[in-house]
Design a protein. Structure first.
Length: 441
């Protein structure tokens, strides 16, 4: 994708959007993950030694930021406005241009910042392992996701109440087109800063939505991108877990995979985060949560925009979500769409069937990939005959999977990958899983 070209676009935002920070002083235990194909494809071409010098020792990349930045933002957390957050353990480390587009390299677990509050600014190794797996699995299913770039274990011991402690530590580097969140806009609006909102919108338009000319147009595009992302989660059986507005990227790229889960079977109430007591971010409530988040972004933008176009875009969320859901379901099944009405009805029936039958989610998508025509006869019996008939009219576009076993990343799967790492520092299951996921991407 062309040559590496360092950038510092974020500096155009000027005062009030970030604070320069100093990374912690880490000792290397090992580079546990490095996506060299990704590094090469965006023109970085890093060696493993360079990965350590840039992402553990934080030596600046040529032409990019001279010092890492903690970004300032606010956010609604479980619908409560929190003006007391910001990058508490993550930095924007570098920016660069590749293929004409701006890319950010962000870190997680790299040290404390003015926004760490009582936190240690660190990431557990298990947390890092989980994020790498989620990003690779989601990518393999066509989700617009941040990418895992590198995971480096450090020699620190961390104490967490949700992991057996002391627990191992790591620094994760992720790659995405932006680290500007809905909460970045909310913070400007909170302080009544119209000029800040204008600068921020101009930055996002220029770098992420270059064919838009107003913040209203940009918002319309954010609605489409966000509807597409949440629809792709629903087709992937993904529960993000913490859909707070500070975790919503303005580009629509999904990111920040903490206490996520993938569905074992379709249950709309399936919840990922143990602290989500009310099930606010349960599987079936994710589209509504995204729509609510977009309304908060619209609220912030209303300081510099006319209301009518913002409301118009918000009101169009549901039909855009449905179109995107149809698209992702048909893509996963490897069948060709017909018309909107037929497709929507089919998708509705499919979700009812998955819920009522409780057939295992990963197996279902694996078995039916390539439509009814390619389904081996001896497997059809596992499924409802009436449902199988519903698939018949659709033309097959996809290939049957090469493997017998479905790809899955259930809670137990992650346990099986983590256990050998925890017990004997055996990384082979983790490595194999990533190779297998990347082969499908
Ligand atoms: P999250 O729910 O992971 O998106 O995090 C919400 C906020 O808490 C963000 O501002 C994080 O930077 C901050 N945070 C989470 N864990 C830590 C930690 N260990 N140290 C410092 N800040 C943290
Ligand atoms: Mg976050």
């Amino acid at each position: 994708m062309g040559r590496f070209q360092g950038a510092k676009a974020i500096e155009d935002l000027g005062e009030g959007f970030y604070d320069p920070v100093r990374p912690a002083d880490f000792n290397l235990v090992g580079v546990r993950y490095f996506d060299s194909d990704l590094s090469n494809s965006v023109g970085l071409n890093l060696t493993v030694d360079q990965v350590v010098s840039h992402f553990l020792r934080f030596e600046p990349l040529p032409g990019s930021l001279s010092q890492p930045l903690a970004l300032r933002y606010h956010g609604h957390q479980f619908r409560h406005y929190n003006p007391d957050i910001g990058d508490g353990r993550g930095f924007l480390f570098a920016q660069y241009k590749a293929g004409g587009r701006l890319l950010d390299l962000g870190t997680k677990g790299s040290g404390t910042t003015p926004y760490s509050r009582r936190g240690d600014g660190r990431l557990t190794l298990l947390g890092g392992v989980r994020e790498v797996l989620a990003a690779n699995y989601l990518k393999s299913m066509g989700v617009n996701t941040s990418r895992a770039f590198a995971l480096i274990e450090t020699d620190e011991a961390l104490v967490r109440h949700d992991e057996p402690s002391p627990t191992r530590a790591a620094v994760l580097t992720r790659l995405s087109h932006s680290h500007i969140r809905f909460g970045t806009f909310q913070r400007q609006a909170f302080f009544g800063k119209q000029d800040g909102l204008e600068r921020l919108s101009a930055y996002c338009q220029r770098h992420f939505y270059p064919d838009t000319s107003t913040p209203e147009d940009m918002f319309d595009r954010v609605v489409t991108a966000s509807a597409d992302t949440v629809a792709s989660w629903m087709a992937a059986g993904f529960v993000h877990g913490v859909m707070n507005t500070d975790n919503m990227n303005i580009t629509g790229e999904s990111f920040d995979y903490g206490p996520y889960r993938f569905l074992p079977t379709l249950d709309p109430k399936y919840t990922a985060a143990y602290f989500d007591h009310g099930g606010l971010y349960a599987f079936g409530r994710q589209p509504e949560a995204m729509s609510w988040n977009l309304a908060q972004l619209a609220q912030s933008l209303s300081l510099i925009c006319e209301d009518a176009p913002l409301i118009g875009s918000l009101n169009d969320f549901a039909p855009r979500y449905q179109s995107a859901l149809n698209h992702h379901v048909f893509r996963r099944l490897g069948i060709a769409p017909k018309d909107r009405e037929t497709d929507t009805e089919f998708v509705r029936e499919l979700f009812i069937y998955l819920q009522e039958s409780q057939v295992p989610w990963p197996e279902f998508w694996h078995d039916w990939q390539g439509g009814a025509a390619r389904m081996p006869k001896d497997q059809i019996g596992t499924y409802d005959a009436a449902f199988a008939k519903r698939l018949e009219p659709f033309e097959v576009t996809g290939e049957r999977p090469q493997t017998d076993r479905p790809e899955s990343l259930l809670y137990e799967d992650i346990g099986e990958i983590w256990q050998p790492i925890a017990e004997s520092d055996d990384w082979s299951a983790f490595e194999q899983k990533n190779v297998s996921l990347m082969a499908k991407a």
